[in-house]
Design a protein around this ligand. Structure first.
Ligand SMILES: *Cc1c(COP(=O)(O)O)cnc(C)c1O
Length: 376
């Protein structure tokens, strides 16, 4: 029996080991040190941002970005309903309320026209919108031309949740570089990992310095531990930054492998009426590949394929359950078209990891072809 094929397992090896061991031997084991500084410079350069602050998670980065934009209780923050809970949780940490907006059907990212209507309504009601946080879903950038135009028109800061989109571009511009701040995640399942960690990016030096200050318990730069406001322990360890530096050197190769896998899925489903691939515009890093199934045309449901692949020890997963359907956000306002619920119900994310071997790929394609062949 061959092993289980996972959705998006970490891709680490000798290079990562060498970098982490070197950092360990250097004695810089704290959440500060030369690897943190170098990692910040390298990710900033890669993302086209002037400033970068290494943090303990993407969620921490989102929280800091919101605080630096002045978001607080009594305000609302607009986020897509189709996202990972971290986007909305970070809003809740500030005391502000999330307002959920539905998705564009082709990419699953926030629907700009619907965002425009929402900002209009909120303004008419006299609500203060502290920020808008578009999410680059599965590595496909949100529609920034429209979103930036809207946020500028309404005078609302845009924070880019680029947790999933490191290495992606939108009209030639790198993900993470849009808006007041962008936030990348290096969680274990992301396109590259520090096992846990994140990076806050900004073109605004003062905003970046504010986040750096808040991430170190808001300790003043004096010897006697002076604190004038509440801070957080959100810095990244030097050991993990070293791991990140090794991963960054391999990022293009890892993106190439994910894109090749996506191309193989595109080819496989090209002739299947009623199956579309979600998102992945030109420039997307292809972090995760999802299909959307129209059972009226295929005669089968996404979960039928999921069950078939599970029996072959191949992991798949539904697209995110929308935030407005989550019990924890049951009371929140949501502006809906039904797209996110449709994607949740009829979508399926397929194994997309850069660690997958040719043999793994063959197994997935064979099992899927086998499933498709059995259907009428
Ligand atoms: C992973 C993820 C986050 C959170 O990042 P962590 O590093 O796990 O805290 C935030 N938003 C989205 C869309 C994500 O996928």
């Amino acid at each position: 029996m061959t092993g289980r094929i996972l959705l998006s397992a970490p891709d680490v090896g000798d290079l990562e080991e060498a970098y982490v061991v070197e950092a360990l031997r250097s004695g810089w084991v704290a959440p500060a040190g030369p690897a943190v500084d170098a990692f910040e410079r390298e990710v900033a350069a890669r993302s086209g941002a002037a400033h970068a602050v290494a943090v303990s998670s993407g969620t921490a980065g989102l929280h800091l970005a919101l605080l630096a934009c002045g978001v607080q209780a009594g305000q609302v923050v607009v986020v897509p309903t189709l996202t990972f809970a971290a986007t909305a949780n970070a809003v809740a940490y500030t005391g502000a309320e999330p307002v959920f907006v539905d998705s564009d059907p082709r990419t699953g990212t926030i629907d700009p026209a619907l965002l425009g209507r929402t900002l209009d309504e909120l303004r008419a009601e006299g609500r203060t919108v502290g920020a808008v946080i578009p999410v680059d879903l599965f590595g496909t950038c949100a529609d920034y031309d429209e979103l930036i135009r809207l946020c500028d028109a309404y005078g609302v800061p845009l924070i880019e949740d680029a947790a999933e989109s490191l290495g992606s571009t939108y009209r030639g511009r790198p993900a993470g570089s849009f808006g007041a701040a962008g936030v990348i995640s290096f969680n274990g399942n992301k396109i590259m990992t520090t096992s846990g960690g994140g990076m806050l990016l900004s073109g605004d030096r003062k905003l970046a310095e504010r986040c750096r200050h808040l991430s170190t318990q808001a300790r003043q730069p004096v010897p006697h531990y002076q604190h004038e406001e509440i801070g957080y322990n959100y810095r990244l360890s030097n050991l993990l930054a070293a791991l990140g530096r090794a991963q960054l050197r391999r990022l293009d190769d890892m993106i190439g492998r994910r894109r090749a896998l996506r191309d193989a899925y595109a080819k496989l489903f090209a002739g299947v009426d009623g199956v579309d691939l979600l998102g992945a515009d030109e420039g997307a890093n292809c972090w995760l590949t999802s299909i959307v199934v129209d059972p009226a045309r295929t005669g089968w449901h996404a979960e039928d394929l999921a069950r078939h692949l599970a029996a072959e020890h191949i992991e798949t997963r539904p697209i995110f359950k929308p935030m407005h359907l989550q019990p924890v956000f049951a009371g929140a306002r949501a502006v809906l078209t039904g797209v996110a619920e449709h994607l949740f119900e009829h979508g399926l994310t397929l194994p997309s990891g850069s660690v997958l071997t040719d043999a793994d790929k063959h197994r997935i394609l064979e099992a899927t072809t086998d499933f498709l062949g059995r259907k009428p």
